[in-house]
Ligand binder design. Structure first.
Ligand SMILES: [Zn+2]
Length: 184
């Protein structure tokens, strides 16, 4: 099964909403919900079933609910943020215990994102190398990646994302389905 989630529940009304980073007039959580939905539409077109987080769910609630297994693909979208508005690029985060498939999945996601958006590929980092530290998402089973699509603090990253998000969503859906099919 595919598990796809939007970083930050910016639209929750019943539980405390988390906007994520806010910059250039955008909330990270709004952008990630939109992109999650774009990828889900492409997964529908590919007839690939999936489970997503709900708008009224925090990350903790979502992780509590989902039942992942060794053949699962788990992906979550975020945008990066930095005090330097010139910071740019896409990053894939994987678990410290990442195996060959986690690494290959993250590599394809970051390479395709950098190519389609025309932004820098910052590469694949494990959670220990990131400023986030250990991530709850990484304690799930399966092939797992947290994708930072670009920098919300970089106007050019955002413009490139808006111009190419449909194409990017299609490519991500193809990659997700490919990895979902590897382990039956
Ligand atoms: Zn985030």
């Amino acid at each position: 099964m595919i598990f796809i989630s939007a970083g930050h529940n910016s639209k929750s009304k019943k539980v405390k909403a988390d906007p994520g980073a806010v910059a250039n007039g955008y909330k990270e959580g709004d952008l990630t919900i939109e992109f999650r939905d774009l990828v889900c539409k492409e997964l529908d077109a590919l007839k690939a079933p999936y489970i997503t987080d709900a708008d009224e769910e925090t990350l903790a609630m979502y992780l509590q609910r989902i039942k992942t297994g060794p053949g699962s693909v788990v992906i979550e979208y975020h945008f990066d943020a930095a005090s330097n508005p010139a910071a740019t690029g896409t990053t894939g985060l994987i678990e410290i215990e990442a195996d060959r498939l986690d690494k290959a999945f993250a590599k394809e996601l970051t390479e395709s994102t950098a190519a389609i958006l025309g932004i820098r590929n910052r590469g694949v980092l494990d959670e220990g190398q990131s400023h986030r530290g250990r991530l709850g998402l990484m304690r799930e089973d399966g092939i797992i990646c947290l994708v930072e699509l670009g920098f919300i603090t970089n106007k050019s990253d955002l413009d490139r994302y808006f111009a190419n998000k449909q194409l990017l969503a299609r490519r991500h859906a193809e990659i997700i389905v490919k990895y979902e099919n590897i382990i039956p």
